[in-house]
Ligand binder design. Structure first.
Ligand SMILES: [Zn+2]
Length: 457
């Protein structure tokens, strides 16, 4: 048993990159692997026979490869420089696979190895399985009309699975008509971290109950069957625009690398309105390198914009950043304050103010907490002050500035209205002192805004 050394096999540099949209992922036990992409190849511990074949120079590309649990168990498709296609296999190829290969009637041929001697082999019109593969994968294969008897021949381009029951099949189109009757087995079933990453890649709306969505854009899928846990996989979506390709790659315990389109593009402006604020329970984000997850600050509120399913939500923080948050990271059960748009807050303030100024006996100061928005550390003290009104100058300014050109006149009227001297006259009873203090607090804030406005000229 001889293997090509630790570093990427140098012979792979002789190959021409794959065409756009074509990928090869062959996971083996340990660190054995072979990757092919439109920007080149990489691999480690590649079986010697394959490395030597590539080094001979007549191989243009590796179109497909699969490694078994045993180093002498492998399957590969070579594209030659002269235009031909040939298949190669390891010396430990089981007799059943030889027999199956002998019966094939079309050029297309694939063998995917799983753990402990299992494999699926298929051609344009037939398939066979050896040993244990997930039941759902087997049922899925049984439903594919490879014979094309309904006028729509179909065959997978990639089949990938793990002993935990996870599997993905690509290249097969789901039925055109909506699936209404059981059984219809979806072409993927995933568990654990692979399911989580998959959901993130598909924008979280994908349910394994529905096979009729989103599979078209999946151009490549590979799960490493040789690891105890299903924690190595590659999923690649077709590019949807000029922004690059969405993909997820996770190799073992390393953090998954996820590239997604910016979520901001999928949020319509009106979705920002009327949404609930929830408190962040932790700092940071679940996946450090995933820029589309919102970077949370513990105890700071974020606004939940949309439930993406699978425990993920699209949210916006107070700085206006939009990103994904995970359910465990925010206090969804807490009494999140509803979000009040500034225009609504202004109308409410005007109405409260009007009511109070036309009143001859005030006993209660209006609750202004619907304006609470600013999270500045220094303002926290102001907001928590017992004699204060629970908001800071930024909160008030954010709402009152909506008056636009009329701001100065409006602010002057408000300042007079809340002047402690004037307010004192309409206050009644024991609550009077408290009311005057609150009016004073509001007066100070309004005055501050007015001065700010006058400074600006
Ligand atoms: Zn503030």
């Amino acid at each position: 048993m001889a293997l090509v050394g630790m570093e990427t096999c140098p012979a792979l540099d002789l190959l021409e990159p794959l065409p756009d949209g074509h990928y090869v992922t062959a996971f083996g036990p340990g660190h054995r692997c072979l990757f092919g992409t439109p920007s080149g190849y990489g691999g480690k511990f590649i079986p010697t026979e394959i490395a030597e074949r590539i080094a001979s120079g007549d191989i243009k590309r590796v179109n497909y490869a699969s490694f078994g649990a045993n180093v002498n168990e492998w399957f590969i498709e070579y594209a030659h420089r002269d235009g031909g296609i040939t298949y190669g296999h390891g010396p430990d190829t089981p007799q059943s696979l030889y027999n199956f290969a002998a019966t094939r009637t079309t050029p297309f041929f694939r063998v995917q190895f799983g753990a402990s001697g299992s494999f699926v082999a298929w051609t344009d019109n037939s398939w066979m399985i050896q040993r244990i593969i997930p039941d759902d994968l087997r049922r899925c294969l049984e439903q594919i009309d490879m014979e094309g008897s309904t006028g729509r021949p179909d065959r997978p381009t990639n089949i990938s699975w793990h002993n935990d029951g996870s599997f993905v099949m690509t290249g097969v189109q789901p039925p055109k008509q909506p699936v209404t009757a059981r059984p219809w087995y979806p072409m993927w079933k995933l568990f654990g971290s692979v399911q989580r990453d998959w959901s993130r890649l598909w924008g979280f709306g994908t349910s394994d109950e529905r096979a009729d969505c989103s599979m078209g854009p999946l151009v490549h899928a590979a799960i490493n069957p040789h690891r105890d846990m299903c924690d190595s996989y590659v999923f690649i979506k077709a590019p949807t625009g000029a922004d690059g390709i969405d993909y997820v790659v996770r190799i073992g315990t390393e953090e998954s690398v996820l590239h997604l389109q910016p979520p901001i593009k999928t949020v319509a402006p009106d979705e920002y309105r009327g949404k609930r604020w929830v408190r962040s329970l932790r700092n940071g984000r679940p996946h450090k390198t995933d820029a589309w997850e919102l970077l949370l600050k513990k105890n700071e509120d974020v606004r939940i914009l949309r439930d993406q399913g699978r425990g993920w939500f699209l949210a916006q923080d107070r700085r206006g950043m939009v990103g994904y948050v995970y359910e465990d990271w925010v206090d969804l059960k807490g009494a999140g304050k509803p979000y009040i748009p500034p225009a609504v807050a202004l109308a409410r303030f005007k109405s409260d103010s009007e009511q109070l100024s036309s009143s001859t006996s005030a006993t209660e100061f209006p609750d202004l907490s619907y304006m609470d928005h600013c999270t500045d550390e220094q303002c926290k003290r102001v907001k928590e002050d017992e004699n204060g009104i629970g908001i800071c100058v930024h909160d008030l300014g954010r709402v009152l500035s909506l008056e636009g050109k009329g701001s100065a006149t409006f602010l002057k009227t408000e300042r007079n209205k809340w002047h402690p001297d004037r307010f004192h006259r309409i206050c009644q009873g024991r609550q009077g002192t408290e009311l005057v203090k609150k009016a004073q607090a509001l007066f100070v804030l309004v005055n501050e805004l007015l001065e700010e406005l006058e400074e600006q000229g």
